[in-house]
Design a protein around this ligand. Structure first.
Ligand SMILES: *Cc1c(COP(=O)(O)O)cnc(C)c1O
Length: 368
């Protein structure tokens, strides 16, 4: 991605701080110690950050990159300096051949699935065990037996054995039971596959249970500087800032209504700025009327009425000297004020992951 400065004609863009990204990676390294490898999760265009530059910046201390599908794997592999690429979600049968021939590590939930891949050649697999997520994976109770069947398949190389934590940021008791159960299972499986790597920790797991790091950890969100648990936020640096610009300024008299559905009515005369970002760019429509704000010249300004596809209306009555083309910060800081991803996410009734992954194609990327 190009470096700053941002050309005047851009309507909305994100600024990516690669130094912050590397410091967050160092934070993870510090937390898990020198032994384990890092499987950096870069699915969904590196959580909306622009995957190619993210991968290059993380490659130094990343053993494997985690993606969701083949298209992402191809993009990541082309810049991954020879690091492994793991498909974290199952492939469609029509994708098996490409996955095998490209040398990606595939995630399987059963011996039958591993066998289907092996028809296309030698394949590295991540054998996934379901210990409570209820999404992919082999049921924990039959994992040992299923695992023996996987080991017997010719052409299958066991890269790793993993499980996923559904509540590491919500339910410490369940998570601890789950981790202890997986550790016990791992002890049994390890004797059958000495070289396989065991992994379980996502971001919340790395923060709360680093002692269960095993051979690899799988952080996503914390690499981008966002903590799933507020108490760790100060130890991470947000990598992404999201900006837009003022495209129109108006004075609205008392009683004026704003945007679709006229959900906002001015109770006094106000000065409004039209800002060139909307839900088509990923600015969440669900945040309408829920106290969302943006920063203009270091001042917090309320988003008025509903978010529309291409624009939002903002109250700039308190901002001195606002001009057409002024920068508007949607996520990030301006002077002493700051808007975090998690603030916007909670106003939209969603999670930080969804805000980041939803940043749209019209949003250009710049690195700081
Ligand atoms: C997305 C994903 C992760 C990363 O989760 P974070 O909460 O962002 O750290 C880890 N493991 C798997 C299997 C995933 O799909």
């Amino acid at each position: 991605m190009p470096a700053l400065p941002v050309p005047d004609h851009l309507r909305t863009w994100v600024e990516i701080n690669l130094g912050a990204l590397r410091r967050n990676l160092a934070f993870v390294r510090n937390r898990i110690g020198p032994g384990p490898g890092i499987l950096a999760v870069v699915k969904a265009n590196g959580y909306g950050h622009g995957v190619a530059d993210i991968v290059r910046a993380l490659a130094d201390d990343t053993e494997v990159f985690g993606v969701a599908n083949i298209k992402e794997a191809v993009e990541v592999a082309s810049v991954a300096s020879g690091r492994g690429v793991m498909l974290l979600s199952p492939c469609l049968p029509a994708e098996y051949e490409t996955a095998v021939r490209s040398g990606y590590i595939v995630t399987v939930s059963s011996a039958d699935e591993a066998l289907a891949y092996s028809r296309y050649g030698q394949v590295s697999v991540n054998f996934k065990i379901d210990t409570g997520m209820g999404r992919a994976g082999c049921a924990a109770g039959s994992a040992l037996e299923e695992f023996r069947r996987v080991l017997a398949i010719k052409g299958v190389f066991l890269h790793s054995i993993s499980t996923h934590l559904p509540s590491a940021d919500e339910d410490a008791v369940f998570t601890l039971e789950q981790l202890e159960g997986f550790d016990a299972l791992a002890a049994d499986l390890r004797s059958l596959a000495r070289d396989a790597k065991f992994h379980v920790l996502n971001s919340a797991g790395v923060l709360t249970r680093p002692e269960h790091r095993l051979d690899l950890v799988r952080p996503g969100l914390i690499l981008y500087g966002i903590s799933p648990l507020p108490e760790y936020s100060s130890q991470l640096e947000p990598v992404l800032s999201w900006k837009s610009r003022v495209v129109l300024l108006r004075e609205l008299p008392t009683g004026s209504s704003v945007s679709y559905g006229r959900s906002f009515i001015a109770e006094k005369p106000i000065r409004t700025a039209l800002v060139a970002v909307g839900y088509a760019d990923g600015f969440p429509r669900q945040a309408s009327g829920r106290g969302a704000s943006v920063l203009v010249r270091g001042i917090r300004c309320a988003v008025l009425g509903r978010v529309t596809m291409d624009q939002i209306v903002v109250d700039v009555s308190q901002v001195c000297g606002v001009e057409l083309g002024d920068d508007v910060t949607l996520i990030g800081s301006d002077g002493a004020e700051k808007i975090g991803v998690s603030e916007l996410a909670s106003q939209a009734g969603t999670i930080s992951w969804e805000i980041l992954a939803g940043i749209g194609r019209r949003v250009e990327h710049f690195c700081v």
